[in-house]
Write a protein that binds this ligand. Structure first.
Ligand code: X8Z
Ligand code: ZN
Length: 610
């Protein structure tokens, strides 16, 4: 469960766990279980408001002072939570109504941020968590140029990765960004020790086991589930990888991009090679002459700014019958990078007060990727608003993958026809080539991401369980990057590097499997909503824009929050109790056929360390 009402960021908090010897069992409680739960919803909720405020200020104004205030507010919440989780155990064995039993189970599950009982260790953990995130937020790569320091932040380095096609410039920007994570290594190793200690105190083997207990199934069953989903989609990724390597070899030469080998990681247009959309136009696009959809150009030509882009996302949701955003959203959100201070620019959505004070924090620039990210964040915001009438402990996604999938489901409806309808693309002229182009564009985003979405926590679970030791952090990271993504580091790496720390969710301590699940679930949701809207035709052509019926079904699902087990929620919308890659495979059926014939004769795959 998200501890703070923050999507993305505050999972940092969700993992801050007890580190000290078990406290004595508190005296038996006088109040009934329902009264205990009601009091907790109130008191814990109030503490979370305070922590959210401190977290917001830290993330939008990084200084030593705001870090301190955030860490302390965090500690207060965690201390209360750990006591409450302990007290909840006293109701074990009692016959309870369903809502009370579920509330207590969510508490004792510990994923909401069990607090350390040793104040010194709790404080150290909170300080480390805050510092790691701040280090990421402030990171810059600096080189001496003509006697002065020339520094580039994540925006500028990302821009180089996206737009440069100079192999050496790409390598330098990639290596520069990754060098900023080196100072995190020691903090991270200590963070893992403390967090694990706390998880064990709560009865979990380690923090990874605690994270995996949040899916209404055992961690082992969850592992099997993730493997099953990956095995469904892996063949499609393998085809996409094969095609991408051929195209990149045309661009940079076979010597730099050899057949049968992992691809250098700096060539995908993205610092982490997690999504490849920035190389779609000039490298991956199958039929460049056919109806080019260039949303970047249209946004710039029409002088879209951050507010107008955000309004366009809101308009999609209101077309489905969702309410307009509250006035405070527009007054309190941070939609652009401030010029006068350091902030954590990684996009996130916030629910500050368990009610209508919802916000987005994002450094929006006028391009298509940012536009889609706003639609994504807006999904969190509308989920937050939909379940705000639930008690605090149920104010969350059915599971964290649901929360991540809502906005992305809407993005699947941003078809070329929808973009044309809002004047961001030319009118659609239907053809097989246009379909394959559109599919490739989507695959560069949604299929390319899948192995990355899986491997981050594959690494972390092994770090938490001790299978990966600090002295092997980087080696193990690259073994997974090679195995799953089929990519290689651009320059030699060593254990002086800490490349995992160059990805926000590691210093931010946000679990990542949620995105892997979301990228599969969103196609299940899309299919169900398209059916509800009455759409007949191939899934990739459906847009639910303007469908009141789809909107009604979506809102009904969101309003449940975390009050029932996720399979119930999934069944309510899709008729199935299982996550399944059938819908994503159906969506990309045309592309899969095209890729298979296009890749014929190519040496696909790559040597793997196993
Ligand atoms: O972190 C995010 C969102 C905020 S929840 C912008 N995403 C992941 C990432 O950027 O790594 C969305 C896709 C995956
Ligand atoms: Zn998100």
């Amino acid at each position: 469960m998200r501890l703070a009402r923050v999507s993305c960021v505050a999972a940092a908090v969700a993992a801050l766990v007890a580190c000290a010897p078990k406290p004595a069992v508190p005296p038996a409680l006088q109040e009934s279980a329902p009264a205990f739960v009601a009091r907790l919803n109130q008191e814990l909720g109030a503490l979370s408001d305070e922590r959210n405020a401190a977290d917001w200020v830290q993330s939008t104004y990084i200084t030593g002072d705001t870090q301190l205030l955030h860490a302390r507010a965090n500690e207060r919440y965690l201390a209360y939570f750990s006591r409450a989780a302990e007290q909840a155990r006293q109701y074990e064995g009692q016959t309870l109504d369903t809502a009370t039993a579920r509330s207590l189970a969510l508490l004792t599950l510990g994923e909401s941020g069990p607090a350390p009982s040793d104040p010194a260790k709790r404080s150290e953990l909170a300080t480390l968590a805050t510092r790691l995130e701040a280090t990421y937020g402030e990171a810059k790569y600096c080189v001496a140029k003509g006697g002065a320091q020339h520094c580039r932040n994540i925006d500028e380095l990302s821009d180089t990765l996206a737009t440069s096609r100079d192999y050496d410039a790409l390598t330098e920007a990639w290596a520069g960004w990754h060098s900023t994570a080196r100072p995190m290594r020691q903090d991270y190793a200590r963070f893992v020790e403390l967090a694990n200690e706390g998880a064990r105190e709560l009865g979990y083997a380690d923090l990874g086991a605690l994270w995996r207990s949040g899916y209404d199934m055992t961690p082992a069953a969850f592992d099997t589930e993730v493997e099953r989903l990956w095995s469904q989609v892996q063949p499609l990724y393998a085809q996409l990888h094969c095609y991408a390597r051929t195209q990149l070899a045309h661009k940079y030469g076979e010597r730099k991009v050899p057949a049968g080998k992992p691809i250098p990681a700096q060539l995908f247009g993205n610092l982490w090679a997690q999504q490849w959309n920035k190389i779609y136009d000039d490298i991956l696009q199958p039929y460049p002459a056919v109806a080019p959809v260039n949303v970047d150009k249209a946004l710039k030509a029409q002088h879209y700014d951050a507010v107008r882009m955000t309004r366009s996302a809101e308009a999609f949701y209101t077309s489905l019958g969702f309410p307009a955003l509250p006035q405070t959203f527009w007054q309190r959100s941070m939609l652009t990078r401030p010029r006068d201070r350091e902030v954590v620019c990684h996009a996130s959505a916030w629910q500050m007060d368990r009610d209508e004070d919802v916000r987005i924090k994002q450094c929006i620039t006028p391009d298509e990727e940012e536009l889609e990210t706003i639609y994504h964040e807006m999904g969190h915001v509308y989920y937050d608003l939909a379940y705000r009438k639930q008690p605090y402990l149920f104010q969350n996604g059915a599971h964290d993958g649901f929360h991540e999938a809502i906005g992305d489901t809407i993005v699947l409806s941003m078809t070329p026809a929808y973009l044309a309808s809002i004047q961001l693309a030319p009118p659609v002229r239907p053809s097989h080539e246009a379909v394959i182009n559109a599919q490739m564009k989507m695959a560069a985003d949604r299929i390319a991401f899948l192995p990355f979405g899986k491997l981050i926590d594959q690494w972390r679970w092994q770090v938490f369980s001790g299978q990966i030791k600090p002295e092997d952090y980087n080696k193990a990271w690259w073994a997974l990057r090679q195995k799953y993504q089929g990519i290689a580091p651009p320059v030699a790496r060593s254990e002086a590097d800490f490349d995992p720390g160059a990805k926000y969710h590691i210093p931010g301590n946000t679990p990542y499997t949620r995105y892997f699940l979301a990228f599969i679930l969103q196609f299940q949701f899309h299919k169900a909503l398209c059916d509800a809207s009455g759409f007949k035709g191939p899934l990739h052509e459906c847009s639910i824009f303007g469908s009141a019926e789809a909107g009604k079904r979506f809102q009904a699902m969101l309003a449940d929050g975390r009050s029932v087990p996720w399979p119930d929620t999934l069944e309510k919308l899709t008729g199935s109790r299982h996550m399944d890659a059938g819908a994503i495979l159906a969506y990309f059926e045309p592309l899969m056929g095209w890729l298979q014939s296009r890749n014929t004769g190519q040496q696909c795959g790559w040597e793997s360390e196993g």
